[in-house]
Design a protein around this ligand. Structure first.
Ligand code: MLT
Length: 387
């Protein structure tokens, strides 16, 4: 085999390492460079984060930037698909309210699959993109006991509609919508190998339909090492705040981190499976937080952790990436903006991430290998005796 065709040399050391760095296919939506971070269709997230969500979705879906006319047509297309059937909403409203909302969210997507399925991956992808704000809002409203979810009003804008659908008491929609938009755009996609994308595509490779494939993605996202990390990180920042107080200095934070490490306890919000720099998505959120909520106690602590954490963690040569990841700041930002319900932070993540995964599924099922699609996943496990 020609040397330039060898992408990765597999050795026994690579086994049982979570396929870290092992190439398995192509991703047409996004790339994650260890040093530059996320890019959507080649455009760095630092250029995209302030786009309207539908503009970014257009880029991911079509692989190119939409003109004004194309975007307006796309908006209309999404708008006309955005209302779920009554059966879907009733189904979601009859789910048990016990348990983590991510469990309800995965079940809600399966329910949507029962009532809304078209069977064509491309159609289902557009339908999911259009309906997901109402499905996620219905999950949260039902789980939180905030009552029935109103009809979709897509004319408000994609995430403005989500904000309108959310029945949170005393909601300040004008304050929340910009944060939800930012959160939404930066979480749409993170290359093809993140757990939820990989799992969703693996399930779809058996020709499971779009909704069941995405339900499996949500199950993957619910784990604390993946999507639920944003909730865990917020709890960590809250714990730090409680321990050191809101007037803490850099030294107080450094002492706290060292003490924690000495006690073999985790310091949350640092490191990433791929990135070797501060996550550019986090950078954007830090800047937003500094500008809009500089005096919020959680933001003050998150900013101190950002400056002190890397100094201390990089003293340990075993730590390959001592820099903050996206989860280090998003929870504090959502709290500062007034969405004070951490149990739903991973639902917000899923509401966004399913967009990228659905588009990746369309590629793998309908476009890859000249339209034949990627075959059913069937990696090799080597037999080993446990005795
Ligand atoms: C992320 O958004 O950081 C991910 O989904 C985790 C990953 O890329 O593996």
């Amino acid at each position: 085999m020609a040397k330039e065709n060898i992408l990765f040399e597999m050795t026994r050391e690579n086994l049982e390492t979570g396929l870290r760095g092992v190439p398995v296919g192509y991703c047409v939506t996004s790339s994650v460079d260890p040093h530059k971070g996320l890019a959507y269709v080649g455009r760095p997230i630092s250029e995209i984060y302030s786009w309207d969500p539908l503009q970014a979705i257009y880029l991911l879906y079509f692989g190119e930037e939409g003109s004004k006319e194309q975007l307006s047509k796309f908006q209309q297309e999404i708008a006309k698909r955005s209302q779920c059937k009554d059966e879907t909403l009733h189904g979601i409203e009859s789910l048990p309210r016990a348990g983590h909302p991510m469990d309800l969210f995965a079940a809600a997507i399966l329910i949507a699959g029962i009532y809304e399925l078209n069977g064509n991956y491309r159609e289902d992808c557009l339908n999911v993109i259009a309906k997901i704000p109402q499905i996620a809002a219905a999950v949260i409203n039902h789980h939180a006991g905030w009552g029935k979810t109103p009809p979709s009003n897509p004319g408000l804008g994609y995430m403005e509609n989500f904000t309108h659908l959310l029945q949170m008491p005393h909601i300040d929609r004008a304050k929340l919508a910009p944060i939800f938009k930012l959160f939404n755009v930066i979480h749409f996609d993170h290359n093809g190998g993140n757990l939820s994308a990989f799992v969703g595509k693996a399930v779809a490779s058996g020709l499971a339909h779009m909704y069941s494939s995405l339900a499996s993605s949500l199950a993957a996202l619910s784990g604390p090492r993946h999507g639920r990390a944003n909730q865990d990180c917020l709890e960590f920042v809250q714990e730090v705040l409680e321990a050191v107080g809101s007037d803490a200095t850099e030294d107080d934070i450094a002492r706290f981190i060292r003490e924690r490490l000495n006690n073999h306890k985790l310091v949350f919000g640092f490191g990433h499976a791929v990135l070797r720099v501060e996550d550019p998505r986090a950078t954007v959120c830090y800047e937003y937080a500094k500008k809009h909520f500089p005096d919020h106690p959680l933001i003050k602590i998150a900013l101190l952790l950002r400056s002190e954490g890397p100094k201390i963690l990089s003293e340990n040569p075993k730590i390959t990436n001592p820099f903050p990841n996206i989860d280090a700041i998003t929870g504090s930002l959502l709290m500062a903006a007034g969405f004070t319900y951490p149990d739903y932070y991973t639902v917000l993540f899923g509401l966004s991430r399913l967009v990228g995964i659905a588009i990746q599924i369309v590629y793998e099922r309908m476009e890859a290998r000249g339209g034949k699609g990627v075959p059913i996943m069937r990696p090799l496990y080597l037999y080993k005796s446990r005795r």
